[in-house]
Design a protein around this ligand. Sequence first.
Ligand code: SF4
Length: 341
Amino acid sequence: MVPSQPSFLRRIGPRGGLRDNAQVGSVENIVIAKRTGVCYGVREAIDKAKIASASGKDTHTLGHVVHNEGLIADLRARGIKNVDHLDEVASGTAVVIRAHGVTPEVLGRAAERGLEVIDGTCTWVTQEHRELARLVEEGYDIVLLGTPNHPEVVGLLGFAPNAILVDEEEDWAFIPRRKRMALITQSTQPPWKFERLAAFLVSRCHELKVINTVCPVTIRRQEDTIAVAREVQLMIVVGGTRSANTKELTRLCEIGGTHAVQIESAQGLTDPDLFANIHTVGITGGTSTPIEDLERVALRIAELGGTDHVRTNAASIARAALEAAATPQYRTTSITNNTPA
Ligand code: SF4
C-alpha cells in the first residue's frame, strides 16, 4: 500500500488545486530571447493611432494594428475603434492604415470618402510597394513569395496584380517558365525559404532579378530565438495564433530539436506538467508581442514549474530575465498614458 503523503509535502497548485511533492517544480533558469518585443513597424502604427486619438480626432484603425489582445484592449480604452471596411467609417474621420499596408485602391477609396488617412504602413513594407511598382514598370514576370490572404500580401498584390503568388514548396512546380522573372517576398517569410525559391527559379527563366525584402527584424528575431533554443530544454513562443512570424519561430525551435509550445499570453500556461523534469526554459515572441508579455510569461513559468527558490523569487527572476534580454522601456510604445500628443 502506498502511504499517503504527509500534509506538509502538499502544495497549493495553479487554480487553487493541490499539487503533491512529486510535482514540485524543476525549472531553475528562464531566458528571454534578445531583440524581442513589438517590432518598429507595428509600434509606429500603434503610436500614430494613439497620437491621433489623443489630439481629439475620431480615430479608427482599418483592421487591428496589432495581433495582441492586451494592446487591442488598450487602444479600445483610448476610444480608438477598429473597422474591417472603410464603409463603416463616417466621412471626415481619421483612419489609421496598419503596418501591413493596403492596396492603392483602398487609399483611393479613402480619399473619395473624404477620410483623413493616417498612414501607419511600415517603412519596410512601403519599400516593397515601391520595388513591386518598379518591377511592373520594367516588365518582369513577378513571383511573390507570401501567405495567401495575409493582409500584407493582399496589399502587395495591389501593386502587382499579375504577380504569381506562391507559398509552400509544393506550389513551386506550377510556376511557368518565362524569359525575365523577378522574385520578391512578403517581409516575414523565412529567409531559407526565400533562398530556396530563388535557387529554384534559376531553372525557370533566362534572367532572374531577386529583391530580398525579408525584414531584418524577422531575421534577427529568428537568430536570437535559435540561439536561446540551443541552450534550453523547452521553448515557450508567445504570439497570436494567426501570426505567421510567430508560427515560424515555433517551427524553427522544433527543427533545432527543442520542443516549443506556442501560446497567446501567460494565461495560456496552465499545466505544471509541461515543466516536469525541465530545468531551463526559453521564451521568445512574435513581432506583435510586447516585451512586457514575455516577462509575464516568465513569471508564470516560475510560479508553475519553478524550484522552491524560483517560485519564492518568481517576480525578481522574471524581471531579471527581461532585463537580461533588453531594456524594457519604450519597446512597445513611446506613448504613455500621460504623454500629451
Ligand atoms: S515585421 Fe518588419 S516589415 Fe513587418 S511591420 Fe515589423 S518591422 Fe515592418
